[in-house]
Design a protein around this ligand. Structure first.
Ligand SMILES: [Mn+2]
Length: 261
């Protein structure tokens, strides 16, 4: 599947985990047009998976519309639409009702990627033998780290590690963060819900992906998360960008995502 000189191989897994009885996570994988997403729903009872399901269904309809800007715009607008629907729904429900979801989505177009997110679902990029988290959690823990109230080493054992400060469906105004950059052949992206990264640290993740096929890496990530107790639902998508054999459509990466669009 060619898109801007790259083909994308994908492996995804989603699992209820060892403790929960319902999987409220949803994954979406669309190598064409180049859009992948993980959504981690909340709300309990029967509503927990409503928001995450709505998000992946909305993002399943998004198309490139012939430009990177339009693609990113369309993805953001579809998430905003779900936000408005959920907020309106909550207003008609019992006070205090929250039907929300995190979202992390990766878009690839013309040799560039854009990652958009709200909440604590994450994206990582493995490049040149290193792993980098390219999202920044919207969580109480991250805010405390940013303000200097908590150091990174203590953060993993901090009690309220699951309190998020942003999600789809919670407020009228939803700010989506975006990170973007050029794609390099061999890049591996990982999208995951917090059920994965609370059980595995960056070193674990890097070690399990390196030197394995995507499918074997996905199995290994899920297996170790389950082995460590998987207290939450676990979802992951691995996406590897390979240089297309037919390179005639290749657009050279030139600086920022916007530049090539
Ligand atoms: Mn979760």
């Amino acid at each position: 599947m060619t898109a801007g000189g790259f083909t994308f191989e994908t492996a995804e897994r989603t699992h209820v985990g060892r403790v929960r009885t319902l999987n409220e996570d949803r994954v979406l994988s669309r190598p064409v047009p180049g859009l992948w997403a993980v959504a981690d729903g909340m709300g309990g009872h029967q509503a927990g998976d409503l928001a995450s399901t709505m998000l992946v269904e909305a993002l399943a309809e998004v198309n490139t519309l012939g430009s990177g800007y339009a693609f990113l715009d369309a993805a953001q607008e579809s998430v905003q639409r779900v936000n408005r629907t959920l907020v309106a729904h909550a207003r008609l429900s019992r006070p205090g009702t929250v039907i929300g979801s995190t979202v992390v989505a990766l878009l690839a177009y013309a040799g560039h990627y854009a990652c958009l997110w709200a909440g604590d679902s994450r994206a990582y990029l493995l490049r040149d033998g290193r792993i980098e988290q390219i999202t920044r959690d919207h969580s109480m823990v991250q805010e405390m780290i940013d303000s200097g109230a908590l150091n990174r080493a203590d953060a993993r054992s901090f009690g309220r590690s699951n309190v998020i400060t942003r999600a789809v469906g919670v407020n009228d105004r939803l700010a989506l963060d975006v990170h973007q950059g050029p794609i390099v052949a061999g890049d591996i992206f990982l999208l995951c819900s917090d059920g994965l990264n609370t059980m595995l640290d960056d070193r674990d993740i890097h070690g399990l992906i390196q030197g394995r096929s995507l499918d074997a890496a996905a199995d290994a990530l899920l297996a170790l998360t389950l082995e460590r107790g998987a207290k939450d639902n676990v979802s992951l998508i691995l996406i590897r960008a390979d240089a297309a054999v037919d390179d005639t459509l290749r657009i050279q990466a030139r600086g920022e995502w916007a530049g090539a669009w």
